[in-house]
Design a protein. Sequence first.
Length: 84
Amino acid sequence: MRIQNLSNSPNVPFNLDGHILFSEKPVELVHLLLKYGEKLELHKNPFDIVFFVIEGSGLLTINEEKQQLGSSDTIKIKSEQMRG
């Protein structure tokens, strides 16, 4: 058994403050801290994603649809959808 946390987890493959806490298909758990003005480029992942916003707000693009997310919002995105 191995306990994962922010200090012993690998970084995300983006130039952002993020850590991969668990990764085993079909699930990946990532802790991502976006500072004001930072963003993810549009991309696809090989697995479904669930975003949970702890605090703050941001604009999420799914395919060509934009959705505003705020504190305590949760949204699931299918693997084949573009997101950023």
